[in-house]
Ligand binder design. Structure first.
Ligand SMILES: NC(=O)c1ccc[n+]([C@@H]2O[C@H](COP(=O)([O-])OP(=O)(O)OC[C@H]3O[C@@H](n4cnc5c(N)ncnc54)[C@H](OP(=O)(O)O)[C@@H]3O)[C@@H](O)[C@H]2O)c1
Length: 237
């Protein structure tokens, strides 16, 4: 039984990844904060719902004890996808806003990796794929906390890859450009057009286009690929 855990799988990129992994025959454990949106997805993909806030280690650990470990003793593939955006000037951001972005986008990657790694190390195999952003590399004005969180995810990816490679575990990230999800729903039509003009391919990416790269990274075809940040951005200028 191949098992995968996908955080933030109730919609958007996480949902597309879950669908792709379902097609690959994985037994899925899917996460989100809200049962009303997560459970219908889980019914459709024959998956186990695991509802909790990824930013809290205590909540993650309790949820794994209740909804993951009774069904499997290991996770083969962890997708750290859950994330939130925050758009606004740094000086208008409260310390609580900062903590929320960093805990959801970065501390969550520690939380879930920490919970699944013992099983991966015991089996001397496993793969972790972190969903990052091009803003982690370039930095985005009015998205300082988000950029910092994704830059942290990239550094975490490279460092953990080195640490666990001797245990046969691969760790990679996908740095997404602008993908058509609810994360960009706040943009008005003109802002969307202006943003698309900055993309070489002239359009936002589709969630399935990220899922296709994740599917490859998770597969045996990527067996010699670790510690890499794969940029999928349609050539963002
Ligand atoms: N869309 C883009 O342009 C873009 C670009 C670069 C990178 N990314 C990255 O791609 C990932 C997915 O983004 P998306 O565009 O698919 O966003 P989305 O449509 O807003 O979906 C986010 C998912 O994460 C879940 N989530 C949010 N906070 C959570 C928390 N604290 N605990 C557990 N689950 C949580 C949401 O479910 P609930 O709200 O029900 O919890 C939802 O399932 C994120 O890491 C994002 O930073 C996106």
């Amino acid at each position: 039984m191949k098992t995968a855990f996908v955080s933030g799988a109730s919609r958007g990129i996480g949902l597309a990844i879950a669908q792709a992994l379902h097609e690959e025959g994985y037994t899925l454990f899917l996460n989100g904060r809200h049962p009303e949106t997560l459970e219908p997805v889980c019914r459709r993909l024959d998956a186990h719902p695991v509802c909790f806030d990824v930013g809290s280690y205590e909540a993650a650990s309790a949820a794994f004890d209740m909804d993951v470990w009774p069904y499997t003793d290991h996770i083969d593939l962890l997708i750290n996808n859950a994330g939130i955006a925050y758009v606004g000037l740094l000086q208008d951001m409260t310390p609580a806003d900062w903590d929320r972005v960093i805990s959801t986008n970065l501390t969550s990657v520690f939380n879930l990796s920490h919970l699944v790694l013992p099983g991966m190390i015991r089996r001397q195999r496993g793969s972790i794929i972190n969903i990052s952003s091009i803003w982690g590399q370039t930095g985005a004005s009015t998205e300082v906390a988000y950029s910092a969180s994704k830059g942290g995810v990239d550094a975490f990816t490279r460092a953990l890859a080195r640490e666990v490679a001797p245990s046969g575990i691969r760790v990679n990230a996908v740095a997404c450009g602008v993908i058509d999800t609810t994360m960009n729903a706040h943009l008005d039509p003109q802002e969307k057009t202006d943003l698309a003009d900055e993309i070489g391919l002239g359009r936002f990416g589709r969630t399935e286009e990220i899922a296709a790269v994740v599917r490859f990274l998770a597969s045996e075809q990527a067996s010699y690929l670790t510690g890499q940040i794969i940029t999928v951005d349609g050539s963002f200028i």
